[in-house]
Design a protein around this ligand. Structure first.
Ligand code: XMP
Length: 441
């Protein structure tokens, strides 16, 4: 039995009976200042008892709690553990008489939820990032003991926050591997190295795999094929590094709650996620460490700030996994890749100077694989264009363009034309999503 005395946060567990509103309920409870986590309906009593500081259980049904004509329910043993239990949601076919059921009136639901959390469960409103970090540090230490953890540190928000958290929990027993695939933004790999190795003292292995990635990508024009090569090559490089290291039992991942939702509720069986992940081969057996898997994106950022990561890292704009590879259109060539990288750096610098980096959701440049005629120094040129893209969105499913100021666009254009070789034209993409997507490939 775990010693739960040292945990700082109380927790309400939500058991998922196929409701689309689990996350709404979880966020409503967190908004009351109480931490909550969502688990699949078939969690066992033993697994539930092993969770720290559980104060009560909400069984959350929905219109989908019938599978193949049979109503699903939690295991009967769950009702016998002795935690306060409440049933929520509508159409619950198996609502036990002893359980209260929420009404559909919003105010009444909120009141019922509040009464349950504070009156029935006697939970304390002690959920905050300092307590979350303290609890996760404790949980990681219990899970890992004196063994070692491997982490692929891309420099993205999620993997960076995991790295900072694990560094606090287990120090040098965290081994970070940063793979530079040659498709990173300007200075990005150097910044990862500088922050984590030099400033935070992390045990970081830096692999410059630029040549390897670019030679695999040579003459490959199909966007999906490019993505596949980048993904597969990453796993190969990471796997080679993992094999060189001895005595690593754990693989840390920057899984966050939306990742779990997106891959279906079945994968929400996170209590048992000890299987192999990320396409790594079967013979590399790791147990998973996923300290952020119950956090939403905004909470991950708050966690990063709590851990002392720099603001610009925590609030950086989204960047696709295949990196600049999907912005250097068609078959990647080194001169065009450099043009994307340089023009992107100029655009980001100017966005920051104008304060637009805090306003616009995503902004970048694209270099297509066709040339156009121009004139420079009284001579004909035949060079590449750069396309600027700047969009706003909430969930990346739809997007609108940012109406950039004309003088600002002219200034950025001037810089790109003066500073980036082989570019003779700059365009601004004013297409919303749909009909376009955010990225060009
Ligand atoms: P699209 O182009 O589909 O992009 O409108 C939506 C959001 O997803 C990002 N994106 C990717 N992210 N791997 C990723 O990790 C990818 O292959 C990928 N493609 C697009 C894109 O930058 C945008 O934020």
């Amino acid at each position: 039995m775990l010693n739960t005395n040292r945990m700082k946060q109380d927790m309400i567990v939500i058991l998922d009976l196929g409701s689309h509103e689990n996350t709404v309920v979880a966020r409503a409870i967190r908004a009351m200042g109480v931490y909550s986590e969502i688990y699949p309906h078939d969690i066992t009593a033993e697994e539930l008892k092993a969770l720290p500081n559980v104060k009560g259980i909400i069984i959350n049904g929905g219109p989908n709690n019938i599978i193949d004509g049979v109503a699903i329910d939690v295991l009967p043993e769950i009702y016998k553990i002795g935690f306060p239990i409440i049933a929520a949601g509508h159409n619950r076919a198996l609502c036990d008489e002893k359980l209260d059921e929420f009404t559909s009136d919003e105010a009444a639901v909120e009141k019922a939820l509040k009464d349950f959390v504070f009156e029935t469960c006697k939970a304390e409103a002690n959920w905050n990032m300092a307590n979350f970090v303290a609890d996760q540090v404790e949980l990681v230490r219990r899970q890992v003991g004196d063994r070692k953890v491997l982490l692929a540190l891309s420099g993205g928000v999620d993997s960076s926050v995991v790295a900072a958290l694990l560094l606090k929990a287990i120090g040098n027993r965290l081994v970070c591997v940063h793979v530079n695939n040659g498709l990173m933004r300007k200075n990005e790999s150097e910044n990862v190295e500088d922050l984590f190795r030099n400033r935070l003292g992390a045990n970081l292995i830096y692999v410059d795999a630029t040549e390897r990635f670019l030679s695999k990508l040579e003459n490959v024009a199909d966007p999906e094929e490019k993505r596949k090569i980048i993904g597969t090559e990453f796993i190969r490089v990471f796997e080679e590094e993992a094999r060189k290291l001895k005595g690593i039992d754990f693989l840390a991942q920057g899984t966050i709650y939306p990742d779990i939702i997106e891959s279906g509720t079945k994968t929400a069986k996170c209590v048992k996620s000890h299987h192999n992940v990320g396409g790594l081969p079967e013979d590399l057996q790791f147990e998973l460490v996923e300290p952020l898997k119950h956090l939403f994106k905004d909470e991950v950022r708050a966690c990063g700030l709590e851990l002392g990561l720099p603001h610009e890292m925590v609030f950086r704009q989204p960047f696709p996994g295949p990196g600049l590879g999907v912005r250097c259109l068609g078959a990647i060539t080194r001169d065009r890749l450099e043009a994307v990288r340089e023009s992107d750096a100029i655009l980001r610098e100017e966005f920051a100077k104008a304060g637009l980096d805090k306003k616009v959701w995503q902004y970048f440049t694209v270099v297509p694989d066709f040339k156009s005629v121009g004139v420079r120094n009284n001579a004909r040129s035949f060079d590449w264009p750069v396309i600027i893209r700047a969009v706003n969105t909430v969930d990346a499913m739809t997007a609108t363009i940012e109406p950039l100021d004309w003088e600002f666009l002219k200034h950025v254009t001037e810089r790109i034309l003066n500073e980036v070789p082989h570019i003779n034209r700059v365009c601004y993409d004013i297409s919303p999503k749909p009909s376009a997507t955010i990225e060009w490939e």
